[in-house]
Write a protein that binds this ligand. Structure first.
Ligand SMILES: Nc1ncnc2c1ncn2[C@@H]1O[C@H](COP(=O)(O)OP(=O)(O)OP(=O)(O)O)[C@@H](O)[C@H]1O
Ligand SMILES: [Mg+2]
Length: 397
């Protein structure tokens, strides 16, 4: 009788697992997928919390990606050293591990405990293995009413296998989608290059025209090269392979640095660049390099789509628990019927395409970075008046 009962609960767990697996298989958005996996891991192993870390084999580092108890995404991307963590042990040994009282285990990486504020009394971790290589680690902690056993391990391993397939699929899907769009986008500059090269070869071009065509060739080559690097950034961000290198830093300094970089560009077009910052701003946790890239992209737009002798402003202020950053310009503006499209990959406002060079990828990268930091980005715009982008970034008080 007792055996029967145990059997049926195990069966129930596997039944649950099958339902969850179907759901995972159809989820292609990597972030949603990861949060579904941690929820599912808790459910099937009766754990209170779960987290998932993804492994970057090039940097030999694990990065914290999703957890059931993370209220702010600021902690996403925290690097976890292989040598000093239980998850690292799991990667190195490619084996599951059950640890009672992990806080006493010398492999325990205490920092995670600190940033999640969770006391950890029991832990079960499994490697996520695809084609013989570890892609990450799934950990559940604090089993409801006891410690983890071999049965929990077996169920979690079964879930891990499904989760791994879903993660790999989601990455492949993102890649194929992006590659298709990229190939489509490079056709036009490639055919322009082809035509110019063809004409130059035929020697029927006057010397003065030659110079113009070579300039054109150079501009197209530059545009292809810009497109490839933005494209690579975006592909890495979308597939979750570009990791946020999270540290605490002074964001006021970062704004001053951005101002110094962009003011040269602004002066070339006789633009006035106003930096409006309070004396102090809260320190924030995030990837400084990525955030710098996001602000530079927005400021570059504010310069590129401005009018001669126009103005741009970078302003920041701290509110209760978030930082508000405003980047505004007095430029061309964005027509209302195109406003909903500007964050799409490769989208460029029709009337700007012939006037200003660009790849249409900058804002997609910005949105990824801001949302990856738990923030939001929005804008208002009026044609021939200007555009104002507002970014909010959470910080801890
Ligand atoms: N400040 C702005 N004022 C007016 N239009 C803008 C502004 N910022 C963006 N846009 C419009 O949104 C489009 C998308 O911007 P995005 O930064 O993604 O691409 P881009 O500037 O064309 O190329 P790049 O990848 O080099 O940044 C731009 O092509 C432009 O039409
Ligand atoms: Mg841009």
């Amino acid at each position: 009788m007792k055996k029967n009962k145990a059997h049926s609960t195990l069966l129930n767990r596997y039944q649950k697992l099958i339902n969850i697996s179907c759901d995972l298989a159809s989820e292609l958005d990597l972030n949603i997928l990861l949060s579904k996996i941690v929820q599912a891991a808790c459910e099937v192993s009766d754990a209170k919390e779960a987290s998932i870390l993804l492994y970057d084999p090039n940097k030999k580092t694990l990065y914290f990606q999703a957890a059931t108890n993370l209220d702010s995404r600021l902690k996403r991307g925290t690097a976890v050293p292989l040598d000093e963590s239980i998850a690292g042990w799991i990667v190195n040994h490619q084996k599951p591990l059950i640890v009672d009282n992990p806080q006493k285990d010398k492999r325990h990486f205490n920092y995670i405990g600190q940033i999640t504020n969770i006391e950890c009394s029991s832990l079960l971790g499994i490697p996520l293995i695809s084609k013989g290589s570890v892609i990450g680690v799934l950990e559940v902690i604090n089993k409801k009413g006891g410690s983890f056993n071999k049965e929990d391990e077996a169920v979690l391993l079964a879930l891990g296998a499904q989760a791994t397939v879903a993660i790999v699929n989601s990455r492949l899907f993102l890649q194929s989608d992006l590659i298709g769009e990229f190939v489509h986008e490079i056709r036009t500059p490639l055919s322009a290059l082809n035509a110019a090269a063809h004409l130059l070869k035929n020697n029927r071009v006057h010397e003065d025209q030659k110079k113009k065509m070579i300039d054109l060739l150079e501009a197209e080559i530059q545009s292809l090269s810009d497109m490839s690097s933005s494209f690579l950034d975006l592909a890495r961000l979308e597939s979750g392979r570009k990791q946020y290198n999270v540290n605490e830093f002074d964001i006021r300094d970062l704004f001053i640095e951005c101002h110094e970089i962009i003011i040269h560009e602004a002066h070339k077009l006789n633009l006035l660049f106003i930096l409006d910052l309070p004396d102090t701003l809260p320190r924030i946790r995030g990837d400084r390099k990525q955030l710098k890239q996001a602000f530079i992209n927005l400021l570059n737009n504010a310069v590129k789509y401005n009018k001669i002798e126009g103005e741009l402003i970078l302003k920041a202020k701290a509110e209760q628990d978030q930082l508000v950053i405003i980047i505004s310009d007095t430029g061309l503006g964005i027509p209302e019927d195109e406003q909903s499209r500007i964050f799409e990959k490769f989208y460029r406002v029709k009337s700007h395409r012939d006037q200003v060079p660009g790849t249409g990828l900058g804002l997609s990268v910005v949105k990824h970075i801001i949302q990856g930091h738990g923030g939001e980005i929005d804008f208002t715009s009026e044609v021939d008046v200007g555009t104002t982008f507002t970014i909010t970034l959470p910080y801890e008080v």
